[in-house]
Design a protein around this ligand. Structure first.
Ligand SMILES: [Fe+2]
Length: 456
């Protein structure tokens, strides 16, 4: 029966998807390292055992009986197994479609990448320079591994509510170094050298610095070399929590980095309009920062190791949230995208930018991982430049959603007026909701010529 191996393979892939989705959800919670290792072992055993159970399980091959339409002969205990395979495969197809449909929000107006391929740059000597003596060095040396190809990104966002005085504020986000030794100190020093060359207004680090306390002295030669006019700020992640987090904090403090754990600080620039920077290490350490005393008109930036805090951030009217933790999945399959992502939302926020009104979430792929392996998902240094954007929140929606709204609207008048951040007021009459003729919406836009074309 030719179909049999194919169905076994499809159901096994489906079951693997279901198993990984379950594990992703668990890993979004506050679990000890021991529990995580145990869950990993159970997960791998189930994924490997599933096809064997289907092919050689007790009572013969149940799938053969199903294909022969002898349903009544399939032992009862096989049905949950078969159903989980079918359900998992459906989930896989749905996730692949969802991944392909995902588009960046419209407030990302520029996204440039410069790839620094250290293997090519240093030729045959790259291994001697960048491979250390820690565990997993063989993994780091796998053919095609992108661990040593650094994607230096510059992303420009037009964000609502950014005070005009702060137009052009730039941050470099670094995340998830995972010092462990397979990639050595020279590699992380090269990363920081690239980051320093971006010359931002401030540096932020969003957690998971170490996987081995013996590498603590690497901090001064890497993050310790970075300096920005508005300072360097950090939070720690779950892998730091597994180790000695207080020693890591002390070392970073000694290198001039400011700890934002569970608190907020005002950026020292303009006294009249404030930008507040907050840090959140939950669910692993501390508590959510208290924003109750922050002024309503303050622009709010949150560093949160996990993107899972996004809905809390929305409740707190955070304007920009920067996260890491998920590493982009580290392996991104063609068509399917990432599979593994330790988040309660699975792979949804594995990397990239997302608009969840009123919060712009940016998730970095990070620099490394406990396992130094990356395919379709190179390490990322990101410079985020924030510019004043339209005051209308729907401006940040992905293009297809924004188009559907604007295409039903007619621009009544355009006024050039010195108002808000942008200085242009567009009066539109929204035909989609069929308001009375005298009703018009007033929205403020910056440089959006395409909006005029769509609206007319
Ligand atoms: Fe991490």
């Amino acid at each position: 029966m030719l179909w049999l191996p194919l169905f076994i393979a499809l159901l096994s892939v489906g079951f693997a998807k279901l198993s990984i989705v379950t594990v992703n959800w668990f890993f979004g919670h506050r679990l000890t390292k021991r529990i995580i290792i145990t869950l990993h072992s159970i997960n791998f055993s189930l994924i490997l055992g599933f096809p064997l159970l289907l092919a050689y399980g007790p009572g013969g091959c149940p799938l053969r009986l199903v294909l022969d339409r002898q349903w009544q002969l399939v032992p009862f205990f096989y049905w949950p197994v078969l159903i989980s395979g079918v359900f998992g495969f459906t989930l896989l197809v749905w996730a692949a479609i969802d991944f392909q449909r995902t588009t960046a929000p419209s407030c990302l107006i520029d996204n440039e990448s410069q790839f620094i391929d250290l293997k090519r740059r240093y030729g045959p000597s790259w291994q001697r320079i960048f491979i250390g003596s820690g565990p997993m060095t063989r993994v780091a040396l796998l053919p095609g591994n992108e661990q040593f190809t650094i994607d230096v990104k510059t992303k420009i966002f037009q964000v609502p509510r950014l005070p005009r005085d702060w137009n052009g504020l730039s941050l470099v986000q670094l995340s998830d170094f995972h010092f462990r030794g397979a990639a050595n100190l020279a590699y992380f020093a090269a990363v920081c050298e690239q980051a320093a060359a971006l010359k931002p207004d401030l540096f932020v680090f969003t957690g998971d610095l170490l996987d081995d306390m013996e590498r603590l002295d690497w901090i001064s030669a890497t993050l310790g070399q970075l300096n920005a006019p508005l300072g360097q700020y950090f939070i720690l992640g779950n892998h730091d929590w597994y180790l000695d987090a207080s020693s890591i904090r002390q070392t970073l403090n000694g290198c001039g980095w400011i700890d934002l754990a569970s608190r907020c600080l005002m950026l020292p620039k303009h006294a009249s309009t404030s930008v507040v920077l907050c840090g959140d290490e939950t669910p692993w350490m501390g508590k959510h920062p208290d924003l109750s005393s922050i002024a309503d008109d303050a622009f709010r930036i949150l560093l949160s190791h996990t993107p899972d805090n996004i809905h809390w951030a929305r409740e707190q009217r955070i304007d920009v949230m920067l996260s890491g933790h998920t590493h982009g999945g580290q392996i991104r399959l063609p068509l399917l995208g990432p599979v593994y992502s330790p988040s309660r939302y699975g792979v949804r926020f594995s990397a990239g930018e997302f608009w969840l009104k009123p919060t712009l979430l940016h998730v970095s792929r990070g620099i490394s991982g406990r396992e130094p392996i990356r395919y379709g998902c190179p390490p990322e240094i990101t410079k985020l430049v924030l510019r004043c954007g339209p005051t209308n929140d729907s401006w940040c929606l992905p293009p297809w959603q924004r188009y559907s709204r604007i295409s039903r609207a007619r621009i009544d008048s355009i006024e050039s007026r010195n108002t808000g951040c942008c200085g242009i007021v567009i009066r539109i009459r929204d035909h989609f909701w069929r308001p009375p003729p005298e009703t018009s919406n007033r929205q403020t836009y910056c440089e959006t010529p395409e909006m005029f074309e769509v609206g007319h």
